[in-house]
Design a protein around this ligand. Structure first.
Ligand code: NAP
Length: 249
C-alpha cells in the first residue's frame, strides 16, 4: 500500500511513534524515525526503519534533518508529528521555562516538522500529515494545563493547515489518544502518585479509570488509525481530531 513512499515519524524510536513507524514500514514505506537519542534510534532501526538524530525544538536541526532524510529517501509524503513530552504541573507551579519547554517540543516541533515536509507533498500532489495530539487536545487534563494547552494548539495547527491543503491531495489530521501503554505513562505514574498522595498502583488505576473501557490504549491501536489515514479510502478525512480513548470525552 505504501510501497515507494517515504514516511517521517518524529519520536519514532519509542512508544507510539515506533508502533506507527513499524506499521507504515509493514505497509511498504521507507520510514525515517527521528529523535534526539542516537542509541535509542539505533536499537529501533531495522528493515524499512532509518534512524535520524534530530531535535524538533531546534529549527536548524529540523531543517537540516528533514533535508537529509529527503535526500536519502525522497520527499517525505507521510509526516507523523509525534514527538512530545508529557509532564503535569499545576498552573501555580508552572514557571515560564517549563511552559516554553513543553510548547517548544509539542507545538513548535510539530509546526517545524510539518512545514519542512509540506513542499515535497505539494510537489507530489499527495501527502498525509498526521499529528499525534492527545485527548488533552480536546478536553482539559487535570493537573496538566501547559500540556493541555500545547495539545489544543496542535489540534488548532492541524485544523488550520487542513483548510490550506484542501483540494491538493494532502490531508491533515490529529490522533488524540487517551492514556496509552508507553514509557510516558510509566514515567508519569510516579509523578501522579506523588502529586495525588497515592501509591504508584493507585496512580495507574486512576489513569485506567479515565478510560471507560477500563484499560490503557495499546500503541497498535494508534498505529492502526495512522495506517488507515494513509490508506486508500480515507481521502476525504481532513481536519479531524480523532479520539482514541475508549469513549472518553
Ligand atoms: P515516549 O515513548 O516518551 O515518546 C516520546 C518521543 O518523543 C521519544 O521517542 C522522544 O525521543 C521524542 N522526543 C521528545 N522530545 C524530542 C525532541 N525535542 N526532538 C525529537 N524527538 C523528541 O512516549 P509516547 O507515549 O510514545 O508519546 C508519543 C506522543 O504521544 C507524544 O506527543 C505524547 O504527548 C502523545 N500521547 C501519549 C499518550 C500516552 O498516554 N502515552 C497519550 C496521548 C498522547 P528522544 O527523547 O530520544 O528525543
Amino acid at each position: 500500500m505504501l510501497e515507494g513512499r517515504h514516511a517521517l515519524v518524529t519520536g519514532g524510536g519509542t512508544g507510539l511513534g515506533l508502533a506507527i513507524a513499524r506499521a507504515l514500514a509493514g505497509a511498504g514505506a521507507e520510514v525515517t524515525i527521528a529523535g534526539r537519542r542516537a542509541e535509542v534510534l539505533a536499537a529501533a532501526a531495522g528493515p524499512g526503519l532509518h534512524p535520524l538524530v534530530m531535535d524538533v525544538a531546534d529549527e536548524a536541526s529540523v531543517v537540516a534533518g528533514v533535508a537529509m532524510a529527503v535526500a536519502a529517501r525522497g520527499p517525505a509524503t507521510v509526516c507523523v508529528a509525534n514527538a512530545g513530552i508529557a509532564e503535569g504541573r499545576s498552573l501555580a507551579r508552572t514557571d515560564l521555562a517549563f511552559w516554553r519547554r513543553l510548547m517548544a517540543v509539542n507545538l513548535d516541533g510539530a509546526f517545524l516538522t510539518i512545514r519542512e515536509c509540506l513542499p515535497g507533498m505539494r510537489a507530489a500532489g499527495w501527502g498525509r500529515v498526521i499529528a499525534v495530539a492527545s485527548i488533552a487536545g480536546l478536553r482539559g487534563l487535570r493537573g496538566a494545563p501547559a500540556y493541555t494547552a500545547s495539545k489544543h494548539g496542535l489540534v488548532g495547527l492541524v485544523r488550520g493547515l487542513s483548510e490550506e491543503v484542501i483540494g491538493s491531495g494532502i490531508t491533515c489530521n490529529a490522533l488524540c489518544p487517551g492514556y496509552a501503554d508507553t514509557e510516558i505513562v510509566a514515567r508519569n505514574t510516579g509523578a501522579i502518585a506523588a502529586r495525588a498522595g497515592v501509591s504508584e498502583a493507585e496512580a495507574l488505576a486512576l489513569m485506567v479509570a479515565e478510560n471507560r473501557h477500563r484499560r490503557l490504549i495499546a500503541p497498535g491501536e494508534v498505529a492502526a488509525a495512522a495506517l488507515w489515514l494513509c490508506a486508500p479510502g480515507s481521502e476525504s478525512v481532513n481536519g479531524q481530531a480523532i479520539a482514541i480513548a475508549g469513549g472518553q470525552v
